[in-house]
Design a protein around this ligand. Sequence first.
Ligand SMILES: Nc1ncnc2c1ncn2[C@@H]1O[C@H](COP(=O)(O)OP(=O)(O)O)[C@@H](O)[C@H]1O
Ligand SMILES: O=c1ccn([C@@H]2O[C@H](COP(=O)(O)OP(=O)(O)O)[C@@H](O)[C@H]2O)c(=O)[nH]1
Length: 239
Amino acid sequence: MSQPLYKRVLLKASGEALMGSQGFGIDVTVADRIASDIAEAREMGVEVGVVVGGGNIFRGVAVASKGGDRVTGDHMGMLATVINALALATSLRKLNIDTVVLSAIAMPEICESFSQRATLYHLSLGRVVIFAGGTGNPFFTTDSAAALRAAEMGAEAIMKGTQVDGIYSADPKKFPDAERYEHLTHSQVLEKGLAVMDVAAVALARENSIPIIVFSIHEKGGFAQILTGGGRKTIVSDN
Ligand SMILES: Nc1ncnc2c1ncn2[C@@H]1O[C@H](COP(=O)(O)OP(=O)(O)O)[C@@H](O)[C@H]1O
Ligand SMILES: O=c1ccn([C@@H]2O[C@H](COP(=O)(O)OP(=O)(O)O)[C@@H](O)[C@H]2O)c(=O)[nH]1
């Protein structure tokens, strides 16, 4: 097995990816596959924190666009991420991967609450830590939560596992001729307005000098490949 380039990483797992071809909710086979990719990383000795999205169930902007209250919509979106976190934890435990869910919104009957101290403790015991509830605040996204938790856990990189295999000159779903970048700086992502991750997330990663690697979460074994320096991806870093 190739040697990993990182000791500790934060995986941002797209909520939308979890629905598979269903169009809504959680496809357990997809959750199981993402869990097996995380298990591979653990087998390589990489410490893994995971932020899960919620877009497969709910996005706050959907409420606001129909004249509803954005904050309530965002609360619903954050609860959606908790549902996804529990599903992914279940898939990981089926593989005997010790996993804990830490939520930004206290719900002690369901899972532990987030704290940096709890995070470092569970990581030191070799557990996968799944961060649920985003940042705990409306008007943010789980990409921002990923940048925040990566800084708090001392991650060497944010691995954004998403629908596309990197950052392109334009949204590749709308512009099939768009070209994929191999490498960009955080500032270039912001200056060029490349919308694969929101501005707050990229700015926070830049501030803390945390590289971001964008890759496709749909590829089985893709996460392990990225961790060992292979695979199709875009690397966003300071230099
Ligand atoms: N320049 C770009 N390069 C790559 N993807 C882009 C770009 N602009 C927009 N996108 C879109 O961003 C999406 C990923 O962002 P997002 O919807 O936040 O995903 P996630 O569910 O992983 O958080 C991709 O599916 C892609 O269609
Ligand atoms: O810190 C956060 C993270 C998420 N959300 C809400 O939760 C939804 C789901 O998260 P996201 O859209 O980031 O999920 P993904 O795109 O990864 O599926 C968002 O649309 C927001 O409504 C929020 O309010 N604050």
